[in-house]
Design a binder for this molecule. Structure first.
Ligand code: ZN
Length: 362
């Protein structure tokens, strides 16, 4: 099933029984052994498809076909599977941070989207959302096959939210399953982690990821896939933002030259992510290793290690505050200016024989 352009996500298997993301099949098969777990923590690297996978599990748990859910697979055809795919199953509740709810256009229950006096939708799962979900969990199941409460990502719960959930997590009412997702389980309260059984998702092998990206209409995806840390979903999102292999290949040298133009106007979290990856690769390269996100030929050598360390600190500071940039454009300019100090310009070389200029504006 192709992902639409934009932020929509594919939900559940289609009527032919195809998975929305093919690399989720092995984990789905393993999930059958955990069907009795009341609370499941679904974890794995960012961009692996935590939400898509959890929705598959929810669909499987609520599937009404007899003898269905073979190897954990929902049938995709019964009324319940259809309701899950339509985002309208009465026994499935998805709790998302308001900001993500807006991004995914998951707009039911918008009564708590933006509480009064708040300028922007929250990136946290708030305690009132948890309380409403607990109230919901105590009502009778609409279709009589239990309920599924899905928290995505569970590490977006703040302290009060996590504490409000603990009792329900320990003793879910009736036949309710709790599904929690996290790309970084260490960020969860230990008391939350310890009450869940775990199921790990893995990124597909590069060949499988590239085949999938090609099926989405993306050619020359290998550089995007590498820069996205191996996540095909991320690589696709980058392509949809207009990032190309050529653009990525040129980025390190432009940043090293203090040129912020390629980055200005792009979403700040994405810019910071790219610069952090470049800084990572510069550090690995300086230590004699192979870059991970860019290729060795793209990352300028001979970084000044002290300036690099300062730059990384500035980037991490910016990453912590990317919700409240005082001025995103100026911040990007300043971060790129600082990058130029990491790769100080060498004194001009004598002109090549024949006087041909090697200077490039690319
Ligand atoms: Zn079904």
């Amino acid at each position: 099933m192709a992902r639409d352009t934009g932020p929509r996500i594919a939900i559940g298997v289609d009527p032919e029984g195809r998975l929305p993301l093919p690399w989720l099949a092995p984990a789905l098969a393993r999930s059958a052994a955990l069907a009795g777990a009341h609370a499941l923590l679904i974890h794995g690297p960012a961009g692996v498809g935590h939400l898509e996978f959890s929705l598959l599990l929810a669909q499987a748990a609520l599937c009404e076909a007899t003898g269905a859910a073979t190897a954990g697979r929902p049938c995709g055809r019964c009324a319940s599977c259809h309701l899950v795919a339509q985002r309208s199953h009465p026994d499935l509740r998805l709790v998302l941070p308001a900001a993500l709810r807006v991004q995914l256009e998951w707009t039911e229950d918008d009564d708590y989207l933006a509480p009064k006096g708040e300028a922007k939708p929250s990136r946290e799962i708030r305690v009132d959302q948890i309380r409403m979900a607990i109230d919901w969990s105590q009502q009778t199941s609409g279709r009589g096959r239990g309920k599924v409460l899905l928290l995505h990502p569970a590490d977006a719960m703040n302290g009060p939210s996590a504490n409000a959930l603990l009792k329900t997590l320990e003793e879910p009412p009736g036949a309710m399953r709790l599904l929690l997702t996290s790309a970084d389980p260490e960020r969860l309260l230990p008391t939350v982690r310890s009450r869940c059984q775990r199921l790990q998702l893995d990124l597909p092998a590069p060949a499988e990821a590239l085949a999938w990206l090609q099926a989405q209409g993306l050619d020359d995806a290998a550089p995007l896939l590498a820069a996205a840390g191996g996540s095909p979903l991320e690589a696709l999102a980058w392509a949809q933002e207009g990032l190309s292999a050529t653009w990525l290949a040129a980025l390190p040298r432009r940043v090293a030259a203090g040129d912020a133009v390629p980055l200005v106007g792009r979403a700040l979290p994405r810019v910071i992510e790219l610069l952090l990856k470049l800084a990572h690769d510069a550090q690995v390269l300086a230590a004699g290793g192979q870059p991970r996100f860019f290729t060795a030929g793209q990352v300028p050598a001979a970084a000044d290690l002290i300036a690099l360390r300062d730059w990384q600190r500035a980037l991490l500071r910016a990453a912590r505050h990317d919700e409240h940039p005082w001025n995103a454009g100026l911040l990007v300019e300043s971060l790129v200016t600082q990058a130029a100090a990491v790769w100080p310009r060498k004194p001009a070389q004598p002109a090549a024989r024949g006087g041909a200029s090697l200077h490039s504006d690319a």
